[in-house]
Ligand binder design. Structure first.
Ligand code: ADP
Ligand code: ZN
Length: 622
């Protein structure tokens, strides 16, 4: 028999997973593997859970903690995330608390007292805190429902988020073998999975693997022209007033882009390691707590940010691998609403990344692996087929459907043309000019432009001079990038982007290799996507849900901001965007109708029900 989810319901009939999902979280159905996992852990089983960001990992341990007797202990390395999760749980009426270094001695003592008194459903603890003799002793005396190890990949010494204090967590299975353990991560690779299982003694436990697809994210990769203008247009046309993250490679660029966006009237804040820690924290807080802030950041930003309503992630520079791209874009749309992953990329990005690898102090083996990862990402950027399929395929997940319907290539399939001759012209041009020049010069030679360099090296005397007038510069650039992505040309990082032939170039030059090139430049395809978006032909369209009733929607958001400010919690902790959308769309007239909207559980109904109904009524008045 299960314990009652919340103390004062003891007299009611025993709680089931579904009834608690509904009464506490205001949700009506489980997603994917959630139900199986919740049942398994509620029944006392151990397990490992692999689920993408936004997949719904939290419920997998929150619900069993409520269903089982005692308090669930959640280990998390991220203090900001703990704080926000606990705030959200308290809002939903759950007895939750944190134990970490931000608490005063008195506050910590009070939490300890509540744990021993059986007054807590969930306790979030930093790993180093948990491992203190004092804390372990305390846990030994309390009723513990389960241990949840969040961000479990932090035990992996090979991963990028290794945290030494996570190693000590093996003590949990030794000291408390009877308490179920659930480890969760969004890092999918085999090596990490094995390491987690070994370190946390989960080798015999089942591993639940969810699909890593994020269907609500629309993937788009555009040809980089003037990337700042492209970004401004993208935000203005598709995500005006919405929260987003823009990633750049350098601190200087972060500063430039943030101020350029601000000047254009888009509220943007910079975030990078060179900023003063307190300023950085302030910018992060504003991004989390306020509506519609764009943060411009180096990759240092994002880990441990739980903000569910990030509507877009934009890359102005190429990340270094598909793993990084997936992780960074995954910060968009955790709430499941339509979101965009948008990237502007050009040949210079490949050259820049190559140079960073070549100049790094890593071993040759490391450099080879890095180049392989970069090539895979360039392949994704240049593919003419479904990007989602390619992305998931990279992670070993097979997708049956040819087309996802929600990436740029599926929405407006690029036209392909036979590129044999074009490829031959390009490769011979690189060859004839000595494989010492970058894209700009090769294109000048191909289109027959008399530049200083052409004169200096006498390249106007070459047979390839002016043989490519059928394409313009932009088209040549696109062709060039595709040939690099196919591996028939190589951008040399050491020689400042000089384009060199590869082992496969010969077959192309001899006309033995089939070459198909995308015809339309991505920028024109984007215009097509935007036009379709405007005409409402695309589903799901990234939109802020305001369409249902813009005035009511705005009023609800303003109300939410006020409540959040007054209570000192992020806006999404009060109500998720999807809940606001639901209210604006269905205009509930009674508490019962309001309770039927996803995200409105018993406690939220009690706290905000009347106010929300009043807002709807006010909106309904003529
Ligand atoms: P993760 O920790 O895996 O990144 P979360 O647990 O934060 O993901 O959940 C992501 C979002 O999905 C949250 O906004 C959460 O409310 C929502 N969510 C999770 N499970 C469900 C469900 N069964 N039905 C509706 N929304 C859900
Ligand atoms: Zn697709």
């Amino acid at each position: 028999m299960y314990a009652s989810p919340i103390p004062d319901r003891g007299s009611e009939s025993p709680a089931t997973a579904l009834s608690v999902l509904n009464s506490v979280f205001g949700l009506t159905a489980f997603r994917g593997e959630q139900e199986k996992i919740v049942r398994h852990v509620a029944d006392g089983g151990n397990c490992l859970v692999l689920m993408p960001t936004g997949g719904g990992k939290s419920l997998c341990y929150q619900l069993p903690s409520l269903l089982r007797k005692g308090c669930g202990i959640v280990v998390s390395p991220l203090i900001a995330l703990m704080r926000d999760q606990v705030a959200g749980l308290i809002e939903a009426g759950v007895n939750a608390a944190v134990l970490n270094s931000t608490l005063s001695f008195e506050e910590a003592s009070e939490v300890e007292r509540r744990l021993l008194a059986g007054d807590l459903d969930l306790l979030y603890v930093a790993p180093e805190r948990l491992l203190t003799p004092r804390c372990l002793n305390l846990i030994g005396q309390a009723d513990i429902a389960l241990f949840a190890v969040d961000e479990a990949h932090c035990v992996s010494q090979w991963g990028h988020d290794f945290r030494p204090e996570y190693i000590g967590l093996s003590v949990l299975s030794e000291k408390f073998p009877e308490v179920p353990r659930i480890a969760l991560t969004a890092t999918a690779d085999e090596l990490t999975r094995k390491e987690i299982a070994e370190r946390l003694s989960l080798t015999d436990a089942p591993c639940f693997v969810a699909s890593f697809d994020r269907p609500n994210i629309r993937y788009e990769i555009v040809d980089k022209q003037n990337s700042l203008n492209q970004l401004k247009t993208f935000i203005a046309e598709r995500h005006a007033g919405e929260a987003g993250i823009v990633y750049c490679l350098s601190r200087a660029k972060v500063e430039d882009v943030a101020s350029a966006l601000s000047e254009a009237g888009i509220p943007a804040l910079p975030y990078h390691a060179g900023l003063d820690a307190s300023l950085r924290a302030r910018h992060q807080d504003r991004f989390i707590n306020e509506d519609g802030i764009v943060i411009v950041a180096t990759i240092a930003f994002g880990m441990g940010i739980d903000k569910p309503d990030v509507r877009f992630v934009a890359h102005l520079d190429l990340p270094k691998s598909i793993e990084a791209y997936y992780q960074e874009t995954g910060r968009a749309g955790r709430d499941g609403k339509p979101s965009s992953a948008w990237m502007a990329y050009g040949l210079s990005d490949i050259v820049q990344q190559r140079r960073m690898i070549d100049e790094s102090s890593g071993s040759d083996a490391f450099k080879r692996v890095s180049i392989g990862k970069l090539d895979a990402l360039v392949g994704l950027a240049e593919t003419a087929h479904c990007r989602r399929r390619r992305l998931l395929g990279y992670f070993g997940e097979a997708v049956e459907a040819e087309s996802c319907g929600n990436c740029d290539n599926c929405l407006t399939p690029p036209k392909m043309r036979d590129g044999k001759v074009i490829a031959q012209k390009l490769l011979s041009c690189a060859y004839r000019t000595g494989q010492r020049f970058g894209a700009m010069h090769l294109i000048d030679v191909l289109v027959g432009r008399m530049t200083e360099k052409v004169t200096q090296f006498g390249h106007d005397k070459l047979s390839v001079f002016g043989i490519g007038r059928e394409l313009n510069e932009k088209q040549w650039r696109a062709a060039l990038r595709q040939l690099v992505a196919m591996g028939h040309l190589r951008a040399d990082g050491e020689a400042y982007g000089a384009l060199k032939l590869t082992e496969t170039s010969r077959g192309v030059l001899k006309g033995e290799t089939e070459i198909w090139l995308r015809e339309a430049a991505p920028s024109t395809r984007n215009r097509a996507i935007r036009a379709k978006s405007r005409r409402g032909e695309l589903a799901p369209t990234p939109a802020n849900g305001a369409a249902a009733d813009p005035a009511l929607h705005a009023a609800l958001k303003a109300w939410r901001s006020e409540i959040a400010r007054a209570r000192g919690v992020p806006a999404y902790v009060v109500l998720h965007d999807s809940t606001i959308d639901g209210i604006a769309a269905t205009r509930p007239a009674t508490l019962g109708e309001l309770r039927g909207i996803a995200g409105i559980g018993d406690k939220k109904l009690e706290h905000y029900g009347e106010e929300l109904l009043a807002l709807v009524r006010a909106g309904a008045a003529p």
